[in-house]
Structure formats: C-alpha cells, structure tokens
Design a protein around this ligand. Sequence first.
Ligand SMILES: C[S@@+](CC[C@H](N)C(=O)[O-])C[C@H]1O[C@@H](n2cnc3c(N)ncnc32)[C@H](O)[C@@H]1O
Length: 208
Amino acid sequence: METASGMVLTAFRPRFADYALKMKRGAQVVYPKDLGPIVTYADIYPGARVLEAGTGSGALTIALCRAVGRDGSIVSYELRDEHHAQAVLNIEGMFGKIPDQLDLRVGDLADVGRTGEWFDRCVLDLPEPWGPLETLRGTLEPGAVLCAYLPTTVQVQQLVLALPSHGFLHIETFEVLRRAWHVTERSIRPEHRMIGHTGFLTIARRTS
Ligand SMILES: C[S@@+](CC[C@H](N)C(=O)[O-])C[C@H]1O[C@@H](n2cnc3c(N)ncnc32)[C@H](O)[C@@H]1O
C-alpha cells in the first residue's frame, strides 16, 4: 500500500500482545508481560481443565484459551454483567467466535462449588481470592495448581497466610519486571520509561 506522497505502508495483523492492550476494557486487563508467566507458572497445558475468575475484560481468558487448545476447557466466572458483556465482545474479536472450549458464566466464583465440576488448574484475578478457598479445595484435584494475580502486598499477605489452612502448600510469590531497551548504532541503553508495577503472582498446589 502507498500513500498519496509515495510512502510505503505495510499492514500487519495485530499480535495478541497488541490486541490485549488496545481492546476495549471493562475491567483492568492483565498486561502481556504477566500473561506469559501466568500461563507458564500456573502450568496451563493443552488439554487442561481450567477454572478462572473474574473474566474481567477477557485478556487472561484469551491467553488461557490459546494455551489449553481444543482438547482443554475453561470455565470463567464474572460477577458483573457489563464486564461479562465486554469480555464476550473482546474474545469474539480475537477468535471470531467464543471458542468451543470456553464456558463464560455470569456469577460468583463460589457458585462453582454447587456444580460438582472438577478442575486441575485455577487462575484468579479478583480482589479477595482468600474468600472462595474452601470452595476451591472441593473443586480442584489433588496436585492442582492455583495462581492468583494481585496488585497489592496486603492482598498477597492475606492470601498467602490463608492458603495452608485450606490445603494449599508449595507457595511462591513473585512479580515480573520488563525493561525495554533502546538499540541504535550509537547507543544501547534501557528505555527511559517502564511500567513500574502491575501485580504479584502467587502460586500454590492443592495438597489435601
Ligand atoms: C481485574 S478484573 C479481571 C481482568 C481479567 N483478568 C483480564 O485480563 O481482563 C477482576 C474482575 O473480577 C470480577 N470479580 C470480583 N470478584 C469476583 C467473584 N467473587 N467471582 C467472579 N468475578 C469476580 C470483577 O467484577 C472484575 O471484573
């Protein structure tokens, strides 16, 4: 493609990392720098049965859909109707339709306790993940991996202190810092600006 002044333009389809940052938000999305580590440390694999909450704007849900593939499944709960509706639009925008392996539900994560379903991975991005821990104990298989994404240290502390009494051990908490670099012939240095903080990941295993 060429502009009127002769400039050559090349158009690419957006990568998921671009789409996640540009798509319309109902709730704050998980940033791309954290999406990869969540998928890796929560050990989301092709064929996994994943429980997620809250769906929010659907950025993490999209990453989970890609990671579990067609043989996996995701049940994702969202409390607020308007966030669920925005997530539906964003996920359809990414895949063209809601993937067959994804079940988007409007409701409280705690509702899953009444379904009799079992999962082997659980990813939480909600403000008070310690609340449903006893429900999760009854719906996650022994050995299941739980990953919670939280923005503040007080939330992390409350979760980490609560986890062992609900049968979750092997707990680790970390954050991910991404520093972009400016590279030219004359200078190689970090970019002046970076995203200083998004959230902490806390990972645990269901043991008993
Ligand atoms: C930060 S947003 C999630 C963003 C999402 N991970 C993304 O990448 O787009 C948190 C969401 O959790 C929802 N939420 C809070 N408590 C919940 C609960 N107990 N059950 C289900 N959803 C809940 C909120 O309504 C909000 O939409």
